[in-house]
Design a protein around this ligand. Structure first.
Ligand code: HEC
Ligand code: HEC
Length: 355
């Protein structure tokens, strides 16, 4: 158990932070806006709540609610942490947001007790998973560390890529976003709009040494680096013989860099009471018996390279905008636990960054 020492040294930094709490002054902040702080803190926006709980009641990280924290204390924990937190900079949260979040924490009643951890992992799992669990990566990325595996597939990332993504996350991530989509500005500190915020902070190699990242990287590769395939349905158009849906399946990886998917199967579940009137797309392979949910309309595509996309249509006997959904799967690269990409019903959604 060579890793145990390094992990322990990461964990040992904890009491330092605790003693800072005792040393802080009792002064509450009056300058922040608790309402604005609440929305900055909210789940999915900054990811703070993944560890500190939805209402800052504590979970994997300590409770922040009702503790009369000073802005200085919160700023220090966020910008220059000593424990297991990444350091969050202006790409992640602004100075004003720190002030507002502090006001929000102080406006809450003290926590009645912490919530369960957002993500648990098996005690007998692979070593890389244990490391990622103890450091805290899994609280945001889940027990199968999906987003980082997906991100590596976008650019064919190697261990050097992975290290940069962890140690210099805020700039590396933004650069990758602008490679994926030229409309995304690579400017700093933070442009407005859905691509504005990088949510993960930067880790420090003193606290999370390269040897630990190597273990996580090995485990991620054992699980399999996934291909960033996306399937999008457009809202149905009514015609003489039924309602036609367009399905666009694309490989969102960066051209000449990302992974290619081979032997791709695209399946749309035919909603109950609807029948398939017609389809387009040379890859159409017909109707197959699905599980309890009924028939599947299936397309088979031999290869989707980065940047490739294919367009299919399906005409159904009735409108099914709320129900039509499906899946995309591929045979290569081989993903031992499988990789199923969901195709969601064609409702309009706000664009948001991958994550
Ligand atoms: C990966 C989980 C994780 C995330 C995400 C996270 N924290 Fe933490 N945070 C912790 C842990 C664990 C501690 C306890 C000290 C340590 O080990 O770093 C902590 C400590 C703190 C403290 C000091 C609390 C004390 O008792 O002194 C503050 C304040 C804080 N975090 C605020 C935030 C804010 C604001 C965000 C979002 C920008 C955030 N944290 C994101 C895990 C996290
Ligand atoms: C606060 C939650 C949080 C924690 C903790 C966290 N991440 Fe992330 N990570 C994210 C989010 C969200 C993204 C997507 C980009 C963004 O918004 O920062 C991301 C992106 C990544 C990427 C790039 C994926 C891509 O799309 O290219 C890698 C690699 C990564 N994380 C690895 C790690 C590792 C390893 C750890 C632990 C050392 C870790 N992360 C801890 C939230 C987190």
């Amino acid at each position: 158990m060579r890793i145990a020492f390094a992990v322990v040294s990461v964990v040992l930094a904890l009491p330092l932070t605790q003693s800072r709490v005792a040393a802080q002054s009792n002064q509450a902040t009056s300058s922040g806006d608790p309402g604005a702080g609440a929305s900055t803190y909210a789940f999915g926006n900054t990811s703070c709540s993944n560890c500190h709980g939805r209402q800052a009641e504590g979970a994997w990280g300590p409770a922040l609610a009702g503790r009369n924290l000073t802005v200085e204390h919160v700023r220090q924990a966020v910008r220059d942490p000593v424990g297991r937190m990444a350091s969050f900079n202006e790409h992640n949260v602004t100075e004003q947001e720190i002030v507002d979040m502090t006001a929000y924490f102080n406006s809450l009643p003290p926590s009645p007790g912490p919530s369960p951890w957002r993500v648990e992992w098996p005690a007998d799992g692979p070593q890389g998973q244990q490391v990622a669990g103890v450091i805290g990566c899994l609280q945001c990325h889940g027990a199968a560390i999906s987003t980082p595996r997906h991100g590596a597939g976008e650019v064919g990332g190697d261990f050097e890529w992975f290290k940069r993504m962890v140690y210099e996350h805020t700039t590396t991530q933004r650069a990758q976003w602008s490679q994926l989509d030229p409309n995304v500005p690579s400017s700093t500190p933070r442009p407005a709009g859905p691509w504005g915020r990088v949510r993960m902070g930067n880790y420090d190699s003193d606290r999370v040494p390269e040897s630990l990242l190597q273990q996580i990287w090995t485990w991620m590769n054992d699980l399999g680096i996934t291909v960033p395939l996306v399937g999008r349905l457009t809202p149905g158009k009514a015609g003489d013989d039924g309602v036609t849906y367009e399905l666009n399946v694309s490989n969102g990886a960066v051209r000449d860099k990302g992974l290619t998917a081979e032997d791709v199967t695209i399946a749309l579940a035919v909603p109950a009471g609807a029948s398939v009137v017609s389809t387009t797309g040379t890859a159409y392979a017909g109707i197959r018996q699905g599980d309890a949910n009924g028939d599947l309309a299936v397309w088979e595509v031999s290869r989707l390279a980065p940047g490739d996309s294919q367009r299919f249509t399906i005409t159904l006997s009735r409108a099914a905008d709320e129900e039509l959904r499906g899946t995309i799967e591929y045979v290569k690269p081989e993903i031992p636990g499988g990789d199923v990409i969901n195709i969601r019903p064609p409702v309009r959604r706000e664009g948001r960054p991958p994550g």
